[in-house]
Design a protein around this ligand. Structure first.
Ligand SMILES: Cc1cc2nc3c(=O)[nH]c(=O)nc-3n(C[C@H](O)[C@H](O)[C@H](O)COP(=O)(O)OP(=O)(O)OC[C@H]3O[C@@H](n4cnc5c(N)ncnc54)[C@H](O)[C@@H]3O)c2cc1C
Length: 437
């Protein structure tokens, strides 16, 4: 056996799990004997990962107490873990949420703050205040369609790729091995019980007692040959649990003078339409068009799955570029300089998304795959849990319950959808990339 636990994927789920497992089982005398390996197709921070980004939002504004509590736990870790503190990756700029007319999301979130024992630090803003604050940067915003605005000074953002890299390095210091290679298939055990490991394109097999797939948007594609080998019907396949969904992100490289102006902004959440993050240290200003899409493909055996396309993530269909520009024009038109200034970089970024927006953190339910585990999903909201989520995944790997509520939320779900509302329901994809090409 090469290793005890093989983690495929070095996004937030894989990295956080490796770190927490290593914390638990660190061997002071011989760190490398810990028996934990991460395998990713790229060196950390892995270029295609959803987790590798210039910045991500960290906030506790959730309509479900479970995620609000988890977010507070993560925010505490963001503020206090020495390796994040030393690198100064966490920026508490606050956020402003603009909620669409007719939406009850802001009210459900704020009720949750009020009902929790914590101090409710959120406060209302008027349209005039939104336009007039932060040096008037939002003065030209098109406010049609917005029903309410509120601010929460406790939210902020993190230098995302740097934070992932820092945590990988901490895990490596504790004895975790990091290997670069792309798993092309999952290898079934010789007696047909359990999985032996994964094989990479060059024929190398990474064997382990337990295999964790933390492969994000690529999970369904990696699972599909194994599902074929086991002749699984559609309703038992991973695609019923998580599916790949993409969104389009636009970056502008600001001048130092512009960075100072836009740097006054908090994080801005534009309802279901997207987000605007304050510029990074290097002056990159990011707009996300959050109207997501799947990329449906038919596998060789005729199953329909969604998977990120095999092409450069900066290749964007014109319709999607135009749609993203239209959104930017409605929010902060001056950044486009009357149409003269192009977007410096576009990216299609892919996440795995669960129907109910709860993550999938579980052992595979098929008895033939008893040593295969999954940690993925959510719906464009899991990044903030980088410092802490691995603790819960490690429990699942070690057969320890995370408590009834989390076990229920993160289990392999029944195919019949539940009536309960999700925490990020507006980002569920309702269109396909093929329609935008
Ligand atoms: C544009 C965008 C904005 C977002 N904003 C936020 C935000 O502000 N706040 C927030 O909390 N969340 C946010 N999210 C969600 C968050 O980024 C994701 O939920 C999270 O990063 C997913 O992590 P992951 O580990 O599941 O997947 P990933 O980060 O995608 O990692 C999966 C890894 O698996 C590797 N891999 C896949 N297949 C293989 C294979 N066969 N062999 C080897 N390696 C493989 C990939 O290379 C990759 O490194 C956002 C998502 C997107 C797309």
């Amino acid at each position: 056996m090469d290793t005890d636990i093989l983690i495929v994927g070095a996004g937030i789920f894989g990295v956080s799990t490796a770190y927490h497992l290593a914390q638990r089982h660190h061997h002071h005398d011989d760190p490398s004997s810990i028996g934990i390996t991460i395998l990713d197709r790229g060196p950390a921070p892995s270029p295609l990962a959803a987790s590798t980004d210039i910045n991500k939002i960290v906030r506790a504004d959730y309509s479900k107490p479970l995620y609000m509590d988890l977010a507070y736990e993560a925010m505490d870790a963001w503020a206090n873990l020495p390796f994040f503190k030393d690198a100064d990756v966490y920026h508490r700029t606050g956020w402003v949420m603009m909620d669409e007319k007719g939406s009850d999301l802001a009210e459900r979130i704020r009720r949750n703050f009020r009902d929790s024992a914590r101090e409710d630090v959120t406060f209302d803003l008027t349209e005039e205040e939104v336009r007039g604050s932060w040096g008037g940067v939002l003065g030209q915003m098109d406010c049609n369609g917005w029903g309410s605005y509120y601010a929460n000074p406790s939210a902020g953002w993190v230098d995302a790729a740097s934070a992932v890299e820092i945590m990988v390095n901490e895990a490596i210091k504790l004895g975790v091995r990091y290997e670069v290679g792309e798993a092309s298939r999952i290898v079934l055990g010789k007696e047909g019980v359990g999985v032996e490991g994964v094989e990479t394109g060059d024929g190398k097999v990474y064997r382990a007692k337990k295999v964790l797939l933390a492969t994000g948007a690529w999970t369904s594609r990696l699972m599909s040959s194994l599902e074929d080998e086991l002749d699984m019907p559609d309703e038992e396949r991973i695609e019923t649990q998580i599916t790949a969904a993409g969104v389009c992100v636009a970056h502008f490289q600001l001048s130092p003078e512009e960075a100072e102006v836009y740097g006054r902004l908090p994080v801005l959440v534009c309802g279901a339409k997207g987000e605007i993050l304050p510029p990074t240290r290097t002056g990159i200003f990011k707009f996300t068009n959050a109207t997501s899409f799947t990329n449906t493909i038919t596998t060789e055996t005729g199953h329909q799955i969604s998977a990120p396309p095999d092409r450069d993530q900066s290749i964007i269909p014109q319709k999607l570029r135009d749609e993203s520009l239209q959104l930017i024009r409605k929010r902060i038109p001056q950044v486009l300089d009357g149409g003269k200034r192009p977007v410096d970089h576009f990216r299609l970024c892919w996440d795995s998304i669960s129907r109910d927006q709860n993550q999938l953190i579980t052992r595979h339910p098929d008895a033939r795959l008893a040593n295969l585990f999954l940690a993925a999903g959510g719906s464009f909201h899991s990044w903030k849990f980088l410092p802490t989520i691995g603790k819960y995944v490690a429990n699942v790997l070690e057969g320890v319950s995370n408590g009834a509520e989390k076990d229920q939320a993160w289990r392999w779900k029944p195919v019949q959808p539940s009536a309960e509302r999700g925490v990020h329901e507006k980002v569920i994809p309702k269109r396909d990339l093929n329609e935008l090409e």
